[in-house]
Design a protein around this ligand. Structure first.
Ligand SMILES: Nc1ncnc2c1ncn2[C@@H]1O[C@H](COP(=O)(O)OP(=O)(O)OP(=O)(O)O)[C@@H](O)[C@H]1O
Ligand SMILES: [Mg+2]
Length: 384
């Protein structure tokens, strides 16, 4: 757990980069520091692992004042992915990733194995990259090695300063999804800096929105969108906050997990009957191995006797139940149907997402945010 109490940083030239910031990050949570350039995000982060000393205020790591923790100890337990990447130029990718593991006394074999695992995780072929030097990599590749290095020693706490900032949008979405997936298992306590509100909403349990060195609102993403504290937060959430809300919701939480289905060899008559029973105009067609084969749509049923003769096989599928509704909706719109099959890497059906379900989920999220705020507000007023 990380707690900041009235933390202030005034640089020697008199710049107050951070002024009286307090917030707390629970164990296993991902907190996003969000705000415009120069608002103090990096400074806040660097005070946590004492790369910068606070002018006043206290920072506690698991209840211990961080000024009383040995600096090396602090760096070993806190992984840090630096904004400007900062790889050691004279070290290979493997050596960079193995920096903290080496300090921890891991053998060379174990360090190399760890480097391979992490490169794979970050979608870089170990065989191609493991022995390269930073100057032989692109900016986005260097950045990913930076993230791998921060994860290297398996620290319980991670500070990540715009870790995906230099990476193209497609790889970036993949890495975000991958990162969220592993975070569900490894449950590290993370502070993650970005100035991209879409990324913030998608990644954060809570968002700390900063402005000119001050904390404006610290809340779950839905509250930031639907219950902005003031004009500045509302502007940051923007007029398209309904669309941004799609980033909050994961496909697997909304999809229909055992949807009405048909087999390719089934009679069209039976399919029609099932549609009538369910009150819908589609069935998802899956083969004997559970793989997605296409859609049977009511308007096409006249065209043949068997489902396989009439089914639409050209529909797009969404790659992963872990994608956000925003990513899934974007595929649905391109595909031209108001249903979308969600499949795993082997094209096995994981569920079906309907347009209606997306609308319902958005409405619920907005309502939940306002109910939660109504519950919290009176408590806050009572407290001294
Ligand atoms: N060493 C320094 N000496 C004086 N002022 C500094 C120093 N480092 C940063 N600042 C100032 O402190 C403020 C906060 O800087 P910081 O790097 O924390 O911002 P940031 O929110 O991370 O911005 P960005 O999104 O651009 O990375 C800025 O006004 C910056 O100019
Ligand atoms: Mg910064």
């Amino acid at each position: 757990m990380i707690r900041l109490e009235k933390v202030t940083k005034i640089y020697p030239d008199g710049t107050e980069a951070v002024g009286g910031v307090s917030f707390e990050v629970q164990k296993g949570e991902l907190c996003v520091l969000l705000g415009p350039s120069g608002c103090g995000k990096t400074t806040t982060m660097k005070m946590i692992n004492r790369l910068i000393s606070a002018t006043s205020g206290k920072i506690y790591i698991d209840g211990t004042d961080n000024t009383s923790i040995d600096e090396n100890e602090l760096r070993r337990n806190i992984g840090y992915a630096i904004q400007d990447i900062g790889l050691f130029p004279h070290m290979t990718v493997a050596e960079n990733i193995g920096t903290v593991p080496a300090l921890k006394g891991w053998s060379k074999v174990k360090r190399r194995k760890r480097a391979k695992e992490l490169l794979e995780l970050l979608r870089m072929h170990p065989d191609v990259f493991i022995d390269k030097y930073p100057r032989e990599l692109s900016g986005g590749q260097r950045q990913r090695v930076g993230v791998a290095r921060a994860l290297g020693g398996d620290p319980p706490i991670m500070l990540m300063d715009e870790p995906f900032g230099a990476i193209d949008p497609i790889t970036r979405v993949e890495l975000q999804n991958e990162f969220l997936k592993i975070q569900q298992e490894i449950r590290k306590t993370i502070i993650f800096v970005t100035h991209d509100i879409y990324e913030a909403i998608k990644m954060g349990h809570r968002i700390a929105l900063m402005k000119e060195g001050h904390l404006v609102q610290y809340a779950p993403p839905a509250d930031l969108l639907y219950r902005p504290k003031d004009e500045f937060v509302a502007d940051f959430a923007g007029a398209d906050r309904g669309l941004k809300g799609l980033q909050l919701i994961r496909t697997e939480d909304v999809m229909w997990k055992s949807p009405p289905a048909a087999k390719p060899d089934e009679d069209v008559k039976a399919a029609r009957k099932r549609m009538e029973q369910e009150g819908i105009d589609w069935l998802v067609v899956i083969d004997d191995e559970g793989r997605f084969a296409g859609w049977a749509v009511s308007s096409d049923l006249e065209g043949g006797r068997k489902v396989k003769e009439i089914m639409n096989t050209s529909a797009l599928t969404a790659p992963s139940a872990n994608a956000t509704l925003s990513e899934a909706l974007s595929v649905m719109l391109t595909s031209g149907l108001n249903v979308l099959a969600i499949v795993d890497q082997d094209n096995r059906l994981e569920g079906v997402l309907t347009f209606q379900a997306i609308q319902d989920a958005l409405r619920e999220t907005a309502q939940e945010a306002s109910v939660r705020m109504r519950r919290i507000t009176p408590l806050r007023e009572e407290s001294p």
